[in-house]
Design a protein around this ligand. Structure first.
Ligand code: SAH
Length: 396
C-alpha cells in the first residue's frame, strides 16, 4: 500500500508551507512584515519528548496539555500539518507553525522483496540518506531502523561498515523512520516490533537513541512498549552499563560473532577496546527482565567461526547468563571476504548449542534479493567523510 490510502492526508513528509525552514515572519514595531533569515530552525515536534513540548508550549503561553493532543496527531495519526489538528482551536492551529515544525524523513525509494520485506530509502533534511526495513511476520511485523548515517564500527563482514560514519541521527530522525514507515505502509494502528539493527551502532549514539525510544514509547503517541523494542550492539561496554540503569528498558542483543579474543579482534575491531571478557561480564550484570533473555547474535562465516569447537566455546562463554543465541548465516556481498557456511554446517553448530540447553535460532534472512538483510544496508555512492574524524574524536 502506498501513502495516502486510508490515512488522514499525510503529506509527502516535507515541511508544511507555513514553516519554511530558515525564514520566519516577524512583525516589527512599525507594523511592517519582514522576512528575516533565521539561523536556528524551529523545534521539530517529531524530535521532542512530550515533556519538552509541554515546557515549550507553556513558555509560549499555551496550555501544556495541548502537547498530548499534538502528540496524538503527529505520532498516533501520522499528521504533519498543524492545520489538520481539528481538536485545536483555529487560532492555535494558525499559531503553532510559528513556533514549531513537524519534520519527517521523506521516502525517496522503495524495494519490495519476493518475501514481502520492504527496504525504504529515506532522505533527511540535510539530503543525507539512510535505509529502514519493514519485515512482515507473524505474530508481529518488524521495523528495522537506523541510528546513524553509516557506521564507525567496521565489522569485517558488514557492508554498512564500509561506508564509515557520516553522522549520528537525531532522536527525531530515528523516531521519524517509524512515523514515515507506519504512514507509508498504513500501519498506524498495528502492533509492531522495532529492532535497532539498521545502519549504525545504537550505543555509539546513545542519547539520541534513548530519547527516540522514549518518544516512541509515549502513551499518547505510538505507545511502543519496551518489550517490543530490541537494541542490537556490537558491545560498547560503558553504554551497556548505562542502559542497565534506564527506566525504559528495551531488549538487548549483543553481536558476539566469535569465541576467542584473537578471532573477535579480527572480526569486530571494537573488541580491541572492549574484549569478549568485558562484554560478557557486562551482560552478566545486566538486569534482564523476567521471562526475557539477552540475545547473542553470531554471524556464521564458513571456515572461520563455524566449527564444533567454536560452538562448544560459545556454550561455556554464555554459561550462567539468561541467553539465547541467534545464528545469522552470512549474507554474502561483493567485497566481503567471507562466505556463508552450508545449511548442514549451521545446523550442526545449532545442534551442539541446543544439546547443551542453550536456546538457539537460525535467522531467516529476509529481503536478501533486495539487499535488505542484515549487514547489507548501504547507501550507494556515499563517500568517506568528516564523520570518520568525528567518530575517532568521540571514541575516547
Ligand atoms: N551495530 C549493531 C547493529 C548492526 S546490524 C550491532 O552490531 O549489533 C545487526 C546484525 O547484523 C549485527 O549482528 C551484525 O553483526 C549483523 N551483520 C552485519 N553484516 C552482516 C552480514 N553481511 N551478514 C549477516 N549478518 C550481518
Amino acid at each position: 500500500m502506498t501513502a495516502g490510502s486510508g490515512q488522514p492526508v499525510a503529506d509527502s513528509g516535507r515541511l508544511p508551507v507555513t514553516s519554511i525552514p530558515g525564514i520566519r515572519c516577524l512583525l516589527p514595531a512599525e507594523g511592517l512584515t519582514t522576512l528575516v533569515p533565521q539561523t536556528t530552525p524551529l523545534p521539530d515536534v517529531g524530535g521532542l519528548e512530550r515533556t519538552e513540548l509541554e515546557a515549550l508550549l507553556e513558555a509560549a503561553g499555551i496550555e501544556p496539555y495541548r502537547a498530548r493532543q499534538i502528540f496524538r496527531w503527529v505520532f498516533a495519526r501520522g499528521v504533519t500539518d498543524f492545520g489538520l489538528m481539528t481538536d485545536l482551536s483555529k487560532p492555535l492551529r494558525a499559531r503553532l507553525p510559528e513556533l514549531f515544525r513537524i519534520s519527517r524523513p521523506a521516502i525517496v525509494g522503495e524495494d519490495r522483496s519476493s518475501d514481502g520485506t520492504a527496504k525504504l530509502l529515506l532522505e533527511l533534511d540535510d539530503r543525507r540518506r539512510i535505509e529502514s526495513v519493514f519485515i512482515p511476520d507473524s505474530p508481529g511485523d518488524t521495523f528495522c531502523i537506523s541510528t546513524q548515517v553509516g557506521c564507525a564500527m567496521k565489522c569485517a563482514f558488514c557492508l554498512t561498515g564500509r561506508m564509515g560514519l557520516t553522522r549520528h541521527l537525531t532522536a527525531g530522525e530515528i523516531a521519524g523512520q517509524v512515523r514515515a514507515l507506519t504512514a507509508r505502509l498504513c500501519l498506524l494502528d498495528a502492533r509492531f516490533n522495532i529492532v535497532l539493527m539498521g545502519m549504525g551502532e545504537p550505543l555509539h549514539n546513545y542519547d539520541e537513541t534513548m530519547k527516540a525510544l522514549r518518544i516512541l514509547g509515549d502513551a499518547d503517541g505510538l505507545a511502543v512498549p519496551e518489550r517490543r523494542v530490541t537494541i542490537s550492539t556490537v558491545g560498547v561496554v560503558p553504554a551497556i552499563e548505562r542502559l542497565a540503569t534506564e527506566p525504559y528498558m528495551p531488549n538487548l542483543a549483543v553481536s558476539l560473532h566469535a569465541t576467542t579474543e584473537a578471532q573477535r579482534d579480527l572480526l569486530v575491531p571494537l573488541n580491541r577496546k572492549y574484549s569478549i571478557a568485558e562484554v560478557i561480564d557486562a551482560c552478566r550484570r545486566f538486569p534482564v527482565a523476567r521471562r526475557s533473555r539477552i540475545t547473542f547474535e553470531y554471524v556464521m562465516l564458513a571456515g572461520v567461526n563455524d566449527s564444533p569447537e567454536d560452538a562448544r566455546r560459545l556454550v561455556s562463554l554464555l554459561g550462567g547468563i539468561r541467553a539465547k543465541v541467534n545464528l545469522i548465516p552470512l549474507n554474502e556481498a561483493a567485497g566481503i571476504p567471507f562466505s556463508r557456511p552450508s545449511d548442514a554446517r549451521v545446523n550442526a553448530f545449532a545442534r551442539i548449542l541446543a544439546d547443551r540447553r542453550l536456546t538457539v535460532s537460525v535467522r531467516k534472512s529476509r529481503g536478501r534479493d533486495i539487499r535488505a538483510a542484515c549487514g547489507q544496508l548501504i547507501v550507494e555512492g556515499s563517500q568517506e567523510s568528516t564523520g570518520q574524524k568525528l567518530a575517532a574524536a568521540m571514541d575516547t
